[in-house]
Write a protein that binds this ligand. Sequence first.
Ligand code: UTP
Length: 410
Amino acid sequence: MITYNEAKKILFNYGQEHILRYFDELSEENKAALLRQIELTDFSVLDDFRFRNDAAIQRGTFAPLGAVTVYDIEKNKNKYLEEGIKAIKSGKTAAVMLAGGQGTRLGFDNPKGMFNLGETRDLFIFECQINNFLDVVKLTGTWIPLYIMTSEKNNSKTISFFEEKKYFGYDSSYVKFFIQDMAPSVDFSGKILMENKFEMAVSPNGNGGWFSSIVRAGLLDEIKERGIEWINVFSVDNVLQRIADPLFIGAVISSDMQSGSKVVRKAAPDERVGVLCLEDGRPSIVEYYEMTDEMRTLTDENGELLYKFGVILNYLFNIDKLTEIVNNALPNHIVEKKIPYMDENGCFITPERPNGYKFETLVLDMVHMQDSCLSYEVVRNNEFAPVKNAKGTDSIESAKILLKKNGVEL
Ligand code: UTP
């Protein structure tokens, strides 16, 4: 473990000496805990903030990208289905659930997947997803390996919940959990917030590190031994998420593309979703706030929006490409969030409004590292019911309405 002086030097280099303010009054155990945390923390993420390293996220020239539409998919349904089922049956696919987020907008204390949407019975978000996944198991007669990414903050609760609920009927020998990395959180002036006198406030470092965390957890060997070629990565918070969808997998494989992304038609030009497009000729996702008014409203000769396909955090990646790009740095996104912290008087505060920044890498930035990506349209009301907020848009309420529309009893 590093010494006090070594810690001081590291912190000085990043202008964060205040972290040691209470060091002298700490117990030996807490002194060691703080030094260990300093040693294990990657402070270099702070450079992006300090130097406003926007170069890392400087964008190229965008152009629209079409999609295989719902209509095209219907026409080729048998071919895609056959190809997808073949890949699943021969053990070439796995799924990764991104469940390391903190769900601060929802304001629910437990992991988001533990939220109960049921009205006359229990129906947890995790359960909705596993139910959908089980449809594919039934169709193909094959258990598909599922890797669940958690963070240090929610790992034990997530695992105990799955155990308590008997994995909602999934074969637990096909389920593995792995833990993502954390990053320090800062106040608006860039100073790391403290959770108490001996712990920095840290938060999960975004969903972009999922593959490097799989590698660090030692799971890549197992993935390769199992002969897995395709990984379907998806977010935990879409209760209509179709996981390892054979049609999607079959379409990507038949297209000979390196990856695929499910997309939905934007509800309105200014909808706040990232849009799959081309950037300097490569697939890429442009965030809603990066789009110019012109891009937002540009239409083709039929009056259809040109940048119209929004991503829903459901991607298919090829293991060879993932292995090739695992060490490529992803840009850090600096995101305003509500971060619980200890104030100057030593009181613990749970803020009502955003009070600082977290640093996150995002899985969507991996799309730009792919040589090609199949844009695959799905029917929005059948596959996209995100739970982000407690009320209003993308909320518990809207997700429940969509679940009912899809015949799910609550
Ligand atoms: P969001 O970007 O919506 O973040 O995550 P969040 O933490 O769940 O919610 P807010 O923004 O604090 O309200 C999209 C998906 O990525 C996962 C989430 O669990 C969700 O499935 N995620 C997010 C991670 O796995 N790790 C992270 O560090 C962040």
